[in-house]
Design a protein around this ligand. Structure first.
Ligand SMILES: NC(=O)c1cnc(N)c2cc(Br)sc12
Length: 318
């Protein structure tokens, strides 16, 4: 194939393969059979072998990087990654509601989301291209695990708008992948992971990206570093924007117009939790309006406009 045609075909294949990858891993609704995806990947790999200068960072062939790292570089989070205050019972939730209303008045709407039991992650995009991914670390300094995060198929290598943006979420290992991995470890006489959170953290801290690629990790995104840049005025709109950009956002989110509705949502998920394909350790409740969030502000560690309701630790059946 001559160079000009190769350049055109590479762009077509990027668009097709990234769309099919999105349908499969984010929408869980593929429009083509795996065999067609694999055939297009082989065609792209062959063209890149013939013209190595046509390889770009957004190419789906670049998801599983080459070299094994000797260590992770440190990354400073321009916008600190906050932690959440905890609520352990209804009284704590009502107390949170009372404090919010003392500060911003009675006209408050909340958004409830499942608290994913994984590893907090930050993804940095420049002009729409995935540039760097890092762990939360101490909230200000994290570790650069870009190569490992690229192996998570639901992370888009390019988002649908050419935005420069920082998004935050939770990387996790689905329950089925966790069970399979521990079965393999036991068969190899290796120490199994205690829970999916440790397995996800252990997988993302591997210096060889091929190991991370083998661990079937996934991610839900739930915040933009600075939503004010996006024109969204509420957290719920911000989550819908994240979906439009091509990110995987947990679909169980709900707006609640009172703390009573929040308590009903919590009770619903105490029941439904065991049937989820991933672990959750609570519910995150946020004030929906960004104006009210900024009125409430944050303490040194955590926002006054959000709280995490923690489920009681599950009894370990010995
Ligand atoms: N949806 C959310 O906001 C959310 C979900 N899962 C989590 N583990 C966390 C942690 C923080 Br901090 S926020 C959040």
């Amino acid at each position: 194939m001559e160079k000009k045609a190769a350049e055109k075909r590479v762009q077509e294949l990027h668009t097709l393969l990234n769309q099919y990858n999105y349908e499969y891993h984010v929408l869980d609704h593929p429009s083509v059979p795996d065999a067609e995806y694999d055939q297009l990947m082989r065609e792209l790999t062959d063209i890149e072998a013939q013209y190595p200068d046509l390889v770009s960072p957004e190419s789906p062939t670049q998801r599983v990087g080459g070299e094994i790292l000797s260590a992770f570089n440190k990354v400073e989070h321009k916008i600190p990654m906050l932690s959440l205050g905890n609520a352990f019972n209804e009284a704590d939730l009502r107390d949170f509601d009372r404090k919010v209303k003392q500060a911003v008045g009675d006209d408050v709407e909340y958004v409830c989301e499942l608290k994913i039991d994984g590893l907090a992650i930050s993804l940095h995009y420049e002009n729409g291209l995935f540039i760097q991914g890092s762990t939360r670390g101490d909230g200000t300094i994290g570790e650069d695990i870009t190569a490992n995060l690229k192996t998570i198929r639901s992370i888009p290598l390019r988002i649908s708008q050419p935005m420069t943006i920082e998004v935050r979420g939770e990387a996790y290992m689905p329950k089925k992948s966790f069970e399979k991995l521990n079965q393999q470890k036991e068969e190899n006489g290796e120490e199994p992971f205690a829970n999916p959170r440790n397995a996800a953290a252990g997988s993302l801290r591997q210096l060889d990206p091929r190991i991370a690629a083998s661990r079937n990790l996934d991610i839900f995104l739930y915040a933009i570093g600075d939503f004010s840049e996006t024109g969204a005025t509420t957290h719920h709109d911000g989550l819908n924007l994240l979906e439009k950009l091509g990110f995987k956002v947990n679909k169980e989110r709900e707006k609640c117009t009172s703390i009573e509705e929040v308590i009903q949502y919590v009770q619903k998920w105490v029941e439904k939790r065991p049937h989820l394909p991933y672990e959750i350790d609570g519910i995150v409740i946020k004030v929906n309006s960004f104006v009210q969030q900024s009125e409430l502000g944050t303490t040194a560690k955590s926002p006054r406009w959000a709280i995490a309701y923690k489920f009681p630790a599950e009894e370990v059946v010995t």
